[in-house]
Write a new protein. Structure first.
Length: 365
């Protein structure tokens, strides 16, 4: 059989980077597709670091001719030249939707980034008629697509999450720490609202624990926002208690999860919130702002708060760190939440979704 007459499923994404949730998800999707004997390549507009060689430049794809029996999965999270190119492609297009942050959230901190994501929303509306189906990583994301008029064959499948082999019963070991160690993992970007975490942590230092620490782990998406965070830390006089690590490898990330006593997420917008599940998998209590997809992801496995008032956040952290019956109940519910997002569950849900959208796959499984 000629290669061009065989089923092929390729993925396209704006950025393919180490320690990135969408990049990891794309790799696992490729692994799943290839396990069925289906050819699958990843093309990215930007390929970073150690992932060089795991994907091909988008320019290579852009020069390629139409292939029958080839399906394209667009991993969507921001504006990209890829979307403009896909408008003129003949191959069937699927969205794997990770959500696009509203430009209003980003633009007031970094106009440039706000313009990029604003373009992404406009591109969705243009692609709408070309899309044969969509797989969202959360019900919230499916709802967002609906607001953009994308409802045809709109499905939900849990994302692939790099869950370490970690006992969920190790919480008591953390209580031996003499001080509170706050942790947040996520890109340094306005929608992650690290500025609100810093303000709440400062209140906690003053009212509860003078020796507490805050660690913010993640690469910088907005240098302007990163500079603002540094200025805020200095103005509050808490430089000795706060660490911004930048990007880290797997081993260092694991150390941060093990050292932490609480995971605090005050994001204004998340399409899912991968690190929340990672934190639960490490027996880490979670305090999170109930916004966007966070209530869906966390459920009753942590404390959801409706206000980001610094004292309210600090008091919520103090409550969950006491190790009382509330904490014990939350830990039990966390086990069920983590089980929902195992690699096996993600593989089955994504396979079912792909087979529903690409009938030809049923002949390959």
């Amino acid at each position: 059989m000629r290669l061009e007459n065989t089923l092929r499923i390729d993925q396209l994404l704006p950025s393919f980077a180490p320690m990135d949730a969408i990049g990891y998800h794309a790799l696992k999707m490729q692994e799943l597709i290839r396990s069925l004997g289906i050819r699958s390549e990843i093309y990215a507009d930007e390929i970073k670091g150690e992932l060089q060689g795991r994907a091909q430049p988008f320019a290579t794809f852009a020069r390629s001719r139409y292939r029958p029996h080839r399906y394209l999965i667009y991993q969507t999270s921001t504006g990209s030249p890829i979307a403009n190119h896909l408008i003129n492609r003949r191959e069937p297009i699927l969205l794997n939707y990770h959500n696009i942050t509203p430009k209003e959230i980003l633009g007031r901190w970094d106009i440039g980034i706000g313009m990029v994501v604003g373009a992404g929303i406009k591109q969705l509306s243009v692609l709408r008629e070309k899309i044969i189906g969509a797989i969202s990583v959360s019900e919230y994301n499916r709802w967002c697509l609906k607001q953009e008029g994308i409802t045809k064959n709109s499905l939900v499948a849990v994302p692939f999450i790099p869950l370490a082999q970690q006992s969920i019963d190790s919480f008591e070991n953390r209580k031996a720490n003499s001080c509170s160690n706050w942790l947040f993992v996520g890109r340094i970007a306005p929608n992650k609202a690290q500025h609100d975490i810093i303000k709440a942590f400062s209140a906690y230092l003053t009212g509860w624990d003078h020796d507490a620490t805050l660690t913010l782990v993640g690469s910088i998406s907005s240098q302007k926002y990163a500079d603002t965070l540094e200025q805020l830390i200095t103005s509050l006089g808490i430089q000795e208690n706060v660490q911004i690590t930048g990007p880290v490898g797997d081993a260092e990330l694991e150390r941060h999860y093990r050292k932490a006593t609480v995971f605090v997420c005050l994001s204004d917008h998340e399409g899912f919130g991968f690190p929340i599940i990672e934190a639960l998998n490490h027996s880490l209590p979670v305090v999170a702002f109930a916004q966007a997809a966070i209530p869906e992801t966390l459920g009753t496995s942590g404390i959801l708060i409706s206000s980001k008032d610094p004292l309210h956040v600090a008091a919520s952290v103090a409550m969950i760190e006491r190790g009382n019956q509330l904490t014990n109940d939350i830990r039990e519910r966390a086990k069920l939440t983590v089980a929902r997002y195992t690699p096996e569950a993600a593989k089955q849900e994504n396979l079912t979704a792909l087979q529903s959208l690409i009938p030809e796959m049923t002949n390959q499984s």
